[in-house]
Design a protein around this ligand. Structure first.
Ligand code: SF4
Length: 329
């Protein structure tokens, strides 16, 4: 089966799968010194990692890039210039409250559908789309129910596995239904994590904490809402748009109060005592959010700015996390 790769949470896997293609939301690794696109001042490390993965990928039949930030648009230009892989730029409006914005997103899904058909996909009937959506929804729910029964790193890795492999990728079982407890409950908030960044979960645990809320783009925050079964049956494409475009909270949205409403609910119900704010240098969107989050949150916030180099967790970062947790003891 042909594989379509992407990294943005606003690209619905169900839409690609319903066309008979394999969706794979990839999680890039850090760009090394031998990568096609090396370290460049001003370029977000995540974008660098993504572009390198696309250029090196020999299995994919197409790539979808979105317009969620200027650097992502730039990534599309580089991909077009540097590799032969068919690429599609999907417009995701930053405004989301108007009917016009939802209509634009729906039109973009239809345009994406035409691209998928050109790559050998088959345009799905509403019934076929609804069936795929239901399968993904069931798989997504089973991933979410493992929270609390896996370590924080296992849980976030399971989400990444689901994003990469879809419904067939779930192999982990709950550890005899014994919940994991202990450690000072923390949240990690920010953009996406690179593969190398996953060490953060163990660093926190080894310092006496536990990440109970992964609010990064690659964690729970980047998952779409549960589908409404009646709407899924009646108007599956509109329900797909509601669950992705209408529900995934992010800093780039205007206004982005959805992000704060989501955080308010999740921080409270998980009794979070401190926030690790994870941002890449050169990412203006998340950097701009730091000040507001500090003022808004009634919790201590540790600002961790990372360069996205191969060794993501520097000694300095590890020591700062350790000191943060000592203060919270
Ligand atoms: S981390 Fe920031 S600059 Fe990088 S892709 Fe995400 S929003 Fe864009």
């Amino acid at each position: 089966m042909k594989t379509i790769i992407y990294t943005c949470p606003y690209v619905p896997a169900e839409w690609i799968a319903a066309h008979g293609l394999r969706p794979s939301r990839i999680m890039p690794g850090a760009a090394g010194s031998t990568s096609p696109v090396g370290r460049t001042e001003g370029v977000c490390p995540y974008i660098r990692g993504f572009v390198n993965e696309v250029i090196r990928n020999t299995q994919a039949s197409g790539v979808v890039v979105t317009t969620v930030c200027d650097q992502m648009r730039r990534a599309f230009d580089i991909i077009m210039r540097r590799c032969e892989l068919p690429a599609f730029l999907m417009n995701v409006p930053s405004t989301w409250q108007s009917v016009a914005a939802h209509k634009l997103y729906l039109d973009e899904l239809r345009r994406l559908g035409e691209f998928l058909v050109r790559l050998g996909g088959k345009s799905p009937s509403s019934r076929a789309l609804a069936k795929v959506m239901l399968e993904y929804d069931t798989a997504r729910t089973s991933v979410l129910t493992t929270r609390g029964y896996l370590t924080s790193s296992q849980y976030s890795e399971l989400i990444a596995e689901f994003n990469r492999d879809g419904k067939s990728g779930i192999t982990t079982t709950i550890n005899e239904k014994k919940p994991f407890t202990g450690g000072i409950p923390l949240a990690i908030i920010g953009g996406p994590l690179l593969r190398e960044d996953f060490g953060i979960f163990d660093v926190v645990e080894n310092s006496g904490g536990c990440i109970v809320l992964d609010a990064t783009e690659t964690g729970e925050r980047g998952m779409c809402a549960h589908f409404d079964l009646r709407r899924l049956r009646d108007e599956p494409l509109i329900e797909l748009s509601n669950a992705y475009f209408g529900s995934i909270p992010d800093a780039f949205r205007r206004p982005n109060n959805q992000l704060y409403n989501w955080l308010k609910r999740e921080l409270a119900c998980r009794e979070v005592r401190g926030i690790i704010f994870w941002r890449y240098i050169w990412c203006d969107i998340w950097h701009a959010e730091l000040h507001r989050l500090k003022q808004w949150a009634n919790l201590p916030v540790l600002d961790v700015d990372v360069s996205g180099d191969e060794q993501a967790l520097t000694v300095r970062t590890i020591q700062r996390i350790h000191a943060f947790l000592e203060v919270l003891q």
